[in-house]
Design a protein around this ligand. Structure first.
Ligand SMILES: O=C(CO)[C@@H](O)[C@H](O)CF
Length: 538
């Protein structure tokens, strides 16, 4: 009728995030602004699985019940229904999953996925579809021997890092699969398909096995990030016939096809609603923050995480991770985790600033950039980047000292040391601090202006903040919209162009002080030398 012809069809996008502690969803409208949100917390809403923080720990083995994630999806879809959302209005969906985790589909499920009964819950139909009931997740560290084997066979950790973007890490999927083959071989041979958490979730929406995307594949120690394909030597080292169980990897902006009939019948999705391949939570977060070439995103929390957009050829190192970029198939991204974050900042505040942030800030304000040449490294816990533990202090002549005379020197040495480490390791991964560098900061410490001023000085860049609470979910919704636009236009529209007038707002907080920039260039070089001297003398 005339009315339906005049009202433009709504075109919403659904983004999901299967993260460690919860399953989240966000629905955005044509302007990519949030309309609805929903979340299912695994511990609270699914107590029958008795998880803690969404996982089950047994020593160094950490897993999550695969079917719990399926049941969470049943609950989440009901929550979205209650918001009054008309699923008919959703034009495309995409999602993300905690990285490195893996799902093992048992033989025969291939024929069941496309024919799920829309009158029944997903979890009732998928409960016995997994050959391994408990999925290994990223907190697992039980595979050290498999890591050593792969590094040795490949010719050392740097060789593996150059090939797959990371040296061997216990949580990476290849080693988890190798452990299953060696400890539960019969279950491996009853496995028809192996998914990551992201491609598992995508398979449910697609109604058939989803491929693994290049970005999340970069977190497996199995994928050649230059050739964009599985590395047969790494595959062969972990398990027999692994390539056919993983399927062919696809670019992360790929639109895979229409949503499965199960969702059309049960929730009245439009049969033409497209599914854009899901990816890892950190790549999705990079998309949600709309990072661009030259940008750095730093989350200052219990541990500090640095996201980098890497243009050109990356130089993977023995620290951090290089992944294929989720929104630009030619580019890369990097992730650096610094375990000693806010707890160390709080310890120094307690000991040298009488537990007061105001006094902490005042001590920073009365010390100059460069701290008269004093450098400190404070690794209370065994640090990840790099693997060092302990406190190290140096005077202006690079001589080790046991203490600094002034409390103010100690406080500034902590803040400058933590921020110099981030700059040094970012540059080692191939990041260039240039004119266009912008730093986006989130997390608790991003409210502390005096720390942010030093961050701006160390990176010689403007520091911004933006709301990234839902960045993985939002990034998934943005990628759904972008993937659909690519499919409909038939050409590649760069994500940043696509997001130009739609991206979330960000606020300028600090600008670098010109006199500080040169000083930190030389200080970063000193820091790198001192840190590697500690590493070699360990
Ligand atoms: O292991 C990680 C990245 O390498 C974590 O950030 C997980 O992705 C969290 F789910």
């Amino acid at each position: 009728d005339i009315l339906s012809e005049t009202i433009p069809r709504k075109s919403y996008f659904l983004g999901l995030d299967f993260s460690t502690q919860q399953l989240k969803a966000v629905v955005v409208d044509e302007k990519l602004e949030v309309l609805h949100e929903a979340a299912v917390n695994f511990d609270r809403n699914l107590p029958e699985y008795r998880t803690s923080g969404g996982v089950k720990k047994n020593g160094s083995t950490v897993t999550a019940p695969t079917v719990m994630w399926v049941k969470a999806l049943d609950l989440l879809m009901d929550q979205l229904k209650i918001t009054g959302l008309d699923f008919q209005d959703i034009s495309a969906i995409s999602g993300s999953g905690q990285q490195h985790g893996s799902v093992y589909w048992r033989k025969g499920v291939q024929n069941l996925l496309p024919t799920l009964d829309p009158t029944k819950f997903l979890f009732l139909q998928l409960a016995n579809c997994f050959s391994i009931q408990d999925s290994p997740v990223w907190m697992d560290s039980s595979t050290h021997s498999y890591c050593e084997t792969m590094e040795k066979k490949l010719g050392g950790p740097q060789r593996l890092a150059d090939l797959t973007g990371s040296r061997a890490y216990e949580r990476f999927t290849g080693h988890q699969i190798a452990k299953i083959v060696s400890e539960k071989a019969e279950l491996y041979f009853n496995t028809e398909r192996i998914s990551l958490v992201s491609s598992f979730a995508c398979s449910v929406f697609l109604g058939c096995y989803s491929p693994i995307d290049w970005s999340d594949a970069s977190g497996m120690n199995l994928f050649d990030i230059t050739l964009k394909d599985w590395d047969s030597q790494c595959l062969h080292m972990c398990a027999p016939d692994l390539k056919e169980k993983l399927g062919e990897p696809v670019a992360t902006h790929t639109c895979l096809g229409p949503i499965s009939n199960y969702f059309v019948e049960r929730y009245s999705f439009d049969p033409s609603c497209q599914v854009v391949v899901f990816t890892g939570d950190n790549p999705a977060s990079l998309a949600g923050m709309c990072l661009e070439p030259g940008d750095v995103a730093i989350s200052l929390g219990t541990s500090d995480t640095v996201f980098l957009w890497l243009s050109g050829k990356p130089t993977p190192s023995l620290e951090g991770h290089v992944f294929c970029n989720p929104v630009d198939p030619e580019a890369y991204m990097a992730l650096l985790c610094f375990k000693n974050g806010s707890l160390t900042r709080e310890r120094i505040r307690d000991v040298f600033a009488h537990r007061s942030w105001d006094e902490f800030d005042a001590l920073l304000a009365c010390t100059p950039p460069g701290n008269h040449g004093h450098i400190g490294m404070y690794y209370d816990e065994q640090e990840i980047t790099p693997k060092i533990q302990g406190t190290f202090r140096f005077n202006a002549f690079d001589q080790k000292v046991n203490t600094f005379e002034e409390a103010a020197t100690e406080v500034r040495a902590l803040v400058e040391g933590q921020l110099l480490a981030k700059r040094v390791h970012a540059e080692q991964l191939g990041f260039n601090i240039g004119e266009s560098c912008r730093v986006f900061v989130t997390g608790g410490a991003s409210n502390n202006r005096s720390i942010l001023q030093i961050l701006a000085d160390v990176f010689n860049a403007d520091v911004f903040t933006q709301d990234t609470a839902n960045s993985s979910c939002l990034g998934s919704a943005y990628r759904a919209a972008h993937g659909l636009a690519l499919k409909e236009s038939g050409t590649f529209i760069p994500f940043n162009e696509f997001m130009a007038n739609r991206r979330p707002n960000f606020t300028l907080l600090c600008r670098p002080r010109v006199e500080a920039a040169k000083l930190y260039d030389s200080m970063a070089a000193r820091y790198a030398t001192l840190e590697s001297s500690i590493l070699t003398h360990q």
